[in-house]
Design a protein around this ligand. Structure first.
Ligand SMILES: *Cc1c(COP(=O)(O)O)cnc(C)c1O
Length: 362
């Protein structure tokens, strides 16, 4: 047995209070409906174990994942019956797994409807396509007798361009409203995060925010309501003095014109900090430290002139205000979240964590 490793040099601080506040804000904006929570892709990279309990405790009662492989981790925190699997049952094994664990498959085609009924059926959701042409039944297929045999909890559709002002939003809303009349579903659900910002007409009975829960701002209307949730930090692993004329990193793309104190930081593209961050700055107690040269797999080199006392082990803040980080890098806010690598150690702040640690020490 190896001893436990020393603390990680990358940490991802999750503000659970901000996450809970974001869910409550989106839930309020979803009235007269309620907000669920998209928790696919490990809660957009931020960690199911950190995020799902906070969402549940805030009041979320409906959870959406994409893959069947994502169900178990979420079901460790919430009832399996509150989880819907967007990718649906694409074979018998998935249909049987759904029946065994009690999560709801989202039926995306007539073939899947038949498969679900053959496996024994039970509560399911139905996705109808109103224009994104990805998953979902065609509108005309909703009238198929197979669909009438399903036990439909929620009728879903998905907006293609809710983050933009496009006529397609109204067209999808109108078509979805008509389709709702054709199917005896307990609930209807159309809006993602951006769809919620389009106003209460889009809220239906249930919304499915993902991005905005985790601090993303897909439309300006949400800017005041959404707080940053993810705060990545990386440790300094070495400081050194760069001499005038010396270069930094692969391909020597930066050359110092004067003696410059530098800090080598434990953060690279293998951690999701891609080369498009070159030219940006990280921060130490609010002082900007520009990145010098290329981003390496495991390292970036910073100009530490603004923090002359910087030492090995000091924590550097990665600027992860998502709208700004997206503008700086050209990556989408979704990509910035889901790309964060496996070397980050999750740290949680907020009441939920404090309550847990108070209990542990009591
Ligand atoms: C991912 C996803 C969502 C969440 O979308 P956001 O834009 O992150 O709010 C909602 N519905 C479906 C079908 C999705 O695939």
């Amino acid at each position: 047995m190896l001893p436990a490793p020393p603390p990680a040099t990358l940490r991802l601080n999750i503000d659970r209070d901000a996450l809970a506040a974001n869910w409550r804000a989106l839930d309020t904006l979803s009235r007269p409906g309620r907000a669920g929570a998209a928790v696919k892709a490990n809660c957009y990279g931020l960690g199911v174990d950190a995020c799902v309990p906070a969402l549940r405790d805030a009041g979320a009662a409906d959870f959406f994942v994409a893959h069947w492989s994502e169900v178990a981790a979420v079901a460790a925190h919430v009832p399996a019956a509150s989880i819907a699997v967007l990718h649906g049952p694409i074979n018998r094994a998935e249909a049987e797994y759904a029946r065994a664990v009690g999560a709801r498959p989202v039926i995306n085609s007539l073939t899947e409807a038949a498969r679900w009924l053959e496996a024994g059926g039970g509560p399911c959701d139905v996705m109808v396509d109103t224009g994104i042409n990805r998953l979902g039944l065609a509108a005309a297929e909703l009238a198929d007798p197979l669909i009438a045999r399903l036990e439909v909890d929620t009728l879903l559709s998905h907006l293609a361009c809710a983050d933009e002002d496009r006529a397609m939003n109204e067209a999808q809303l109108r078509d979805f409203a008509a389709l709702r009349q054709q199917l005896a579903a307990r609930r209807a659900s159309l809006a993602n995060s951006a769809g919620i910002a389009l106003g209460p007409r889009y809220a239906a009975d249930l919304t499915r925010p993902g991005l905005a829960l985790y601090g993303g701002v897909p439309r300006h209307e949400l800017a005041g309501a959404i707080r940053q949730v993810a705060f990545p930090q990386a440790a300094v692993i070495l400081t050194r003095q760069l001499k005038a004329g010396q270069s930094v990193g692969y391909n020597a793309t930066f050359r110092a014109t004067q003696d410059t104190p530098t800090a080598i930081v434990s953060l690279g593209y293998a951690d999701g900090f891609l080369r498009c961050w070159a030219g940006a700055s990280l921060a130490y107690h609010g002082s900007a430290l520009p990145i010098l040269g290329r981003v390496s797999m495991d390292m970036v080199v910073l100009d530490a002139s603004a923090a002359p006392d910087l030492r090995e082990g000091d924590w550097i803040d990665v600027p992860y205000t998502l709208p700004e980080a997206s503008a700086a890098t050209g990556l989408s806010q979704y990509e910035l979240l889901t790309i964060l690598g496996r070397r980050f150690h999750a740290e949680q702040s907020g009441c939920a964590r404090d309550a847990a640690s108070a209990k542990a020490s009591a």
